[in-house]
Ligand binder design. Structure first.
Ligand code: SF4
Ligand code: SF4
Length: 92
């Protein structure tokens, strides 16, 4: 059981220092989680610390590949409203 970091990671380093298992490392082009070391924070914290601090929605996935911070969870902007605004922006 391990979380993973995907392409939308912006390499902000926030998760690096909060991992109790030293499972996060600077990969290329983005940070990575060593699946052999990640404990999903079990025994240390109630919630995965990397996902709790990560400022980017969908950058960290759970073991099933589902975003820990889904669209709208951090911004508070409903995904459909964001899609509408982006479509309007692109049309300019
Ligand atoms: S879930 Fe916990 S142990 Fe796994 S990478 Fe994130 S902070 Fe580290
Ligand atoms: S906190 Fe999120 S955006 Fe920042 S380095 Fe970690 S995974 Fe990437």
């Amino acid at each position: 059981m391990a979380l993973s970091i995907v392409d939308s990671c912006v390499n902000c380093w926030a998760c690096y220092d909060v991992c109790p298992s030293d499972a996060i490392y600077q990969g290329s082009p983005h940070f990575e989680i060593n699946a052999k070391k990640c404990t999903e924070c079990e025994g240390d914290y109630a919630h995965p610390q990397c996902a709790t601090i990560c400022p980017i929605e969908e950058a960290i996935l759970d073991a099933a590949g589902v975003p820990m911070n889904p669209p709208g969870s951090l911004t508070g902007i409903p995904p459909e409203l964001m899609a509408e605004a982006m479509a309007e922006y692109r049309a300019r």
